[in-house]
Ligand binder design. Structure first.
Ligand code: FAD
Ligand code: NA7
Length: 490
């Protein structure tokens, strides 16, 4: 039986020590609550495991960005020669050195995280949590079991990559959970899935000198502006990354030489083909980790392996909340998880009322030519306001630093999706080019503050930058005028 009201071990137990859970737990303690935070990582099928901190730190944003940076540096070394540096053009990355540098950084973050939890007096429990009843949790530890009770719970268990249900998928394929610590070079890699994780992994693998192929079931970057998505794909194809369109995998077999024979089908023609790869990487989406939680014991309902919450992040059970990737229908991004977790803790323990605003969250796809955006895609703006009410300003541009190494400027492109009449409020900004995240972050604040086309055009640019291209936009798609730039400086 659950303990009587007020007689709990903790005010709050957070299940999941990732971006959302840690932010929530630390903020709750800061506001005087007694808090425990559980975190437990089940190894992948090939045995990869990691420490506290969740997906972002261990197998997500951080190792991904570091490998992306490694790949950009390789490109920069080649460009350096054109700028007068004497560099050996036979430079080659050392995969094992890269992996060990990345993993050393991650371990240092794991360490700092544990110290931070101890300093802030959050009790960290390295255990897998499952509900006994709506106020009681069973923590399965390496050394046994422990039952804990709490007034409130926050479910912040995140998700893990899916595997397709085809022969050989689990035995021979890997996911992003394994890639950043892989103990051998990935070599020729089939990346299955054209969401942003698939494209990012294919992008840095190419930059590091391997041979990725991207298998696309339907469209590229579902959920993103499709004109931009196709430009991203085209910019990757231009770099020599093949895209197998309208194709799904059928099976993976291990050959005698250890390489992987993949059979796949074109879903339009029905044609079955095969090819041999060194690595098969599944990037076909992620599944919410609801199964271990024994949610029926607490009465919490599951919706498509996620948990539905209201605008206060409350589940269908009043004292059980959920934040981060585990919630249904919200952006799966670290800053979203962190802010939602922090605001929830303030509402629970500091009498705050502010709710998480999930609208107009900026994001970046870290492909070799990066894509960042904030606000509505062109198609969503048209769906919401009607084609006649939407004006799209766009333009190709030439980053100054691309000239000397003669890099392709074919896909450097910006567009602003805006209201056609009235104040010409900007609904969405899209940028394909270098340092995309850095460019869009500031514009995201402007967009949230009600940015209009008039303000954008009256903002004086910083020259010569790529971000200034947003202040130079003047050509509308509707006009049919050529959006290719004639000159960079006038
Ligand atoms: P998680 O960080 O996944 O944390 C959940 C934790 O709970 C995990 O440690 C899990 O093992 C643990 N857990 C699960 N079940 C239990 C249980 N029953 N008991 C105890 N512990 C449990 N986001 C960005 O903003 N920018 C990026 O560039 C970016 N890149 C990404 C790249 C990749 C390859 C991936 C996979 C993700 C990326 N993301 C990125 C998404 C980002 O990592 C997630 O949005 C974020 O980590 C979600 O945080 P969370 O706290 O909800 O879940
Ligand atoms: P996404 O964004 O859900 O993309 C998954 C991709 O995999 C997408 O292109 C899917 O095609 C494709 N897919 C899905 N199932 C299959 C199968 N069975 N076979 C072949 N291809 C398939 O997932 P990500 O892994 O990139 O990222 C997940 C989230 O993690 C993301 O939101 C980030 O914020 C963090 P589809 O378009 O469905 O035809």
């Amino acid at each position: 039986m659950a303990p009587a009201q007020g007689n709990y071990d903790y005010d709050l137990v957070v299940i999941g020590g990732g971006s959302a859970g840690l932010a929530c737990a630390k903020e709750a303690v800061t506001n005087g609550a007694r808090v425990a935070c559980l975190d437990f990582v089940k190894p992948t099928p090939i045995g990869t495991k990691w420490g506290v901190g969740g997906t972002c730190v261990n197998v997500g944003c951080i190792p991904k960005k570091l490998m992306h940076q490694a790949s950009l540096l390789g490109e920069a070394v080649h460009e350096a020669a054109a700028y007068g540096w004497n560099v050996d053009d036979k430079i080659k990355p050392d995969w094992s050195k890269l992996v060990s540098s990345v993993q050393n950084h991650i371990k240092s973050v794991n360490w700092v995280t544990r110290v931070d939890l101890r300093d802030k007096k959050v009790e960290y429990i390295n255990g897998l949590g499952s509900f006994v009843d709506s106020h009681t949790l069973l923590a399965k530890l390496k050394s046994g079991e422990r039952t804990i009770t709490a007034q409130s719970f926050v479910i912040a268990v995140g998700g893990r990559p899916r595997y397709p249900e085809i022969p050989g998928a689990v035995e021979y394929g890997i996911t992003s959970d394994d890639l950043f610590s892989l103990d051998h070079e990935p070599g020729k890699t089939l990346v299955v899935g054209a969401g942003y994780i698939g494209l990012e992994c294919a992008g840095f693998l190419k930059g590091l000198g391997y041979e990725p192929t991207v298998m696309v079931r339907s469209i590229v970057l579902r959920g993103f502006d499709q004109q931009m998505a196709e430009l991203v794909a085209a910019s990757m194809e231009e770099r020599g990354i093949p895209f197998l369109r309208k194709t799904v995998p059928l099976s993976v077999e291990k050959q005698e030489d250890g390489r992987l024979l993949v059979k796949y089908e074109n879903t339009e023609t029905g044609e079955v083909s095969e090819d041999v790869f060194d690595t098969v990487l599944w990037a076909i989406g992620r599944k919410g980790l609801v199964d271990d939680l024994n949610l029926p014991n607490a009465g919490v309902l599951v919706h498509k392996d996620k948990i539905q919450v209201d605008s206060l992040e409350t589940t269908n059970v009043g004292h059980i909340y959920a934040v981060g990737d585990i919630i249904y229908g919200k952006p799966e991004l670290t800053p979203v998880a962190v802010l939602a977790g922090r605001l929830l803790a303030r509402r629970l323990f500091a009498n705050a009322t502010q709710r998480m605003d999930y609208a107009d969250v900026a994001t970046t796809v870290f492909t070799p030519l990066e894509y960042a955006c904030v606000g509505l895609s062109e198609e969503d703006a048209i769906k919401t306001y009607g084609e006649e009410e939407v004006e799209v300003y766009h333009g190709y541009y030439k980053p100054t630093e691309f000239f000397i190494p003669q890099k392709s400027v074919r896909y450097c492109y910006v567009k602003a999706v805006a209201e056609r009449n009235g104040q010409q409020r900007v609904y969405g900004l899209h940028y394909l080019g270098p340092s995309a995240g850095e460019v869009i972050q500031g514009f995201a604040a402007a967009l949230k503050s009600g940015l209009t086309v008039h303000t954008l055009m009256n903002t004086v640019g910083i020259h010569p930058t790529t971000a200034e291209e947003f202040t130079r936009l003047s050509i509308t798609k509707r006009s049919g005028l050529d959006p290719t730039p004639a000159s960079c400086c006038s």
